[in-house]
Structures are given as structure tokens and as C-alpha cells.
Design a protein around this ligand. Structure first.
Ligand code: SF4
Length: 61
């Protein structure tokens, strides 16, 4: 799975609460730890679903 964060991210932190292994907040935007995506895919999907501005995009390889 490949994840990208759109510029529309408002830094609310919801993704980092749902999956702290992959998502973190730096400044006012979410950043991604790509090393942990494969082991936490279900939580990555949950984070994307719960992002209030739909800023998390998921793509299969
Ligand atoms: S949940 Fe969405 S808006 Fe909130 S920090 Fe994560 S990517 Fe940004």
C-alpha cells in the first residue's frame, strides 16, 4: 500500500491517534512513516476513512 497526504490536511491529529505507528504530526501537517504501513494496513484504512477532510489517499501497489 502507498499513502499520500494531500495539502488539505489540517493537522487535526486524528490519523496519528488511530495509527501512531504510521502517522505523526509535524508542524501543522501529517507525516508518514512508510516502514510501518504494510504491518498496519487496516489502521491506515481506518485513518483514511476518519480523516475529516479526506486528505489521506491510499493506493495499492
Ligand atoms: S486526519 Fe487528516 S486532517 Fe487530520 S492530521 Fe491526519 S491527514 Fe491531516
Amino acid at each position: 500500500m502507498y499513502i499520500s497526504i494531500l495539502n488539505t490536511c489540517v493537522g487535526c491529529g486524528a490519523c496519528a491517534v488511530i495509527n501512531p505507528e504510521v502517522f505523526d504530526i509535524q508542524g501543522s501537517k501529517a507525516i508518514i512513516n512508510t516502514n510501518r504501513i504494510d504491518d498496519t494496513e487496516d489502521l491506515c484504512i481506518d485513518a483514511a476513512i476518519n480523516c475529516p477532510v479526506n486528505a489521506i489517499t491510499l493506493n495499492d501497489y
